[in-house]
Design a protein around this ligand. Structure first.
Ligand code: UD1
Ligand code: UDP
Length: 368
């Protein structure tokens, strides 16, 4: 019984790390294949979790397009799957690595186990291309590991056999619990010097393809205005290395007082920053899942979300990319104590930290 685990980007690495660690703990026969759709941001995470991949496809190119990523993953993973003949390929989420690796496994009649299955917006172009990557991966999958009941129901509505769907929680909570440490001290002097008690620190991240151009400009202009009208607010923004993001971010926010544009952070300092900040503004999927566990209000800078649970729990708000709407919602959180308190309760709709163990139990029971 051989398990293959594939991942390629920062969020997949974080969410697959608990499975890799669990395979190690149980002394299973497994291989890790990284596509390196991300390079530096993937390597950061491999280091934090001390994962040495068995195979590294090393595909990342600057400003790569979707044709390149899809075809490279398919072509490069084929010989590995042919040689290793795993009994199952575990994929995670909605990236192009996920879809292309699942398609490759299907061509070789290798069963696919989809971790974080069943999230949906039903909007073909939002998030783009993730919504369709995830839907296509569903069609290619034998074992659907849904993080929540909501995700499970989405799959059932699409005609997926309920007996092949397992609600496991999201492995992101396993990863978060492995890393979170209230006493962690930043190695970076600058992050240590910020006065988290007396200043309101907003943590910002943004990288979605559908927000490139005008929507992202609106988001950054909103941030600029919020900072300029609140002298007690600091904004920390680890800028995603995608050139489309870098260009707009530096154009609008560089040099603005109390705005700190920094490199993407390792997972440990990033989690600590989430822990210490006042609130989060983001278009990230993973951060929407992590923040409620840390009791941090999130303004979701997107038109849609495939993660409604945090919104229902009241810890996140979908504010879109309209400048005025973002400013309005941020001001509310910055000035209205009751609103802040309401949104900063600790809710954990995404899991209990045992998802990886559940997933492996199921894989072993069904295939072992
Ligand atoms: C990808 C995923 C997205 C996920 C995001 C997480 C797809 C289509 N997109 O988007 O679902 O939410 O990762 O961050 O699968 N780059 C670097 N170094 C890195 C990583 C990226 O320089 O470590 C730059 C490169 O120029 C690269 C570009 O960013 O070409 C875009 O990377 P890519 O993986 O294609 O898209 P993301 O926007 O990162
Ligand atoms: N993250 C990180 N360093 C950063 C920004 C994010 O470690 O500088 C982590 C974050 O905690 C979350 C994941 O990266 O677990 C989210 O990745 P991203 O937003 O790139 O992708 P998405 O979740 O939107 O697919």
């Amino acid at each position: 019984m051989k398990i293959a685990i594939v991942f390629g980007t920062r969020p997949e690495a974080i969410k697959m790390a608990p499975l890799v660690k669990e395979c190690e703990k149980r002394n299973l026969d497994f291989i890790t294949i990284v596509t390196a759709q991300h390079r530096e941001m993937l390597d950061q995470k491999l280091e934090v979790f001390n994962i040495k991949p068995h195979y590294d496809l090393d595909i990342m190119q600057a400003n790569q397009d979707l044709f390149y990523v899809t075809s490279s993953v398919i072509n490069e993973i084929k010989p590995i799957l042919l040689k290793e003949k795993p009994n199952i390929l575990l994929v995670q989420g909605d990236t192009t690595t996920t879809f292309a690796a699942s398609l490759s496994a299907f061509y070789l009649k290798i069963p696919v186990g989809h971790v974080e299955a069943g999230l949906r917006t039903w909007n073909k172009y939002n998030p783009f291309p993730e919504e369709i990557n995830r839907q296509l991966t569903t069609r290619l999958t034998e074992f659907h590991f849904a993080p929540t009941e909501w995700a499970k129901n989405n799959l059932i509505q699409e005609g997926i056999n309920p007996l092949s769907i397992y609600v496991t929680g999201n492995t992101v909570i396993d990863a978060l619990l492995m890393i979170v440490d209230q006493n962690y001290i930043f190695e970076d002097g600058f992050l240590n010097k910020i006065d988290y008690k007396n200043k309101k620190v907003i943590l910002l991240t943004s990288h979605r393809r559908e927000n490139f151009g005008e929507p992202m400009r609106e988001v950054f202009l909103a941030c600029k205005q919020i900072i300029e009208s609140h002298p007690d607010v600091e904004l920390i923004y680890p800028v995603h290395p995608n050139p489309n993001v870098q260009k707009t971010a530096y154009e609008i926010l560089n040099g603005v007082e109390r705005v700190h544009l920094i490199e993407p952070l390792d997972y440990r300092p990033f989690v600590q920053l989430m822990n210490k900040c006042y609130m989060i503004m983001t278009d990230s999927g993973g951060i929407q899942e992590e923040a409620p566990s840390l009791g941090k209000p999130v303004l979701v800078l997107r038109k849609t979300t495939e993660r409604p649970e945090a919104i229902e729990a009241g810890t996140a708000k979908l504010v879109g990319t309209d400048k005025n709407k973002i400013i309005q919602n941020a001001e509310l959180l910055l000035t209205d104590k009751n609103e802040y308190k309401k949104m900063s309760s600790i809710a954990n709709p995404y899991g209990d930290g045992k998802a990886a163990s559940r997933i492996l139990d199921i894989v072993l029971e069904k295939l072992g």
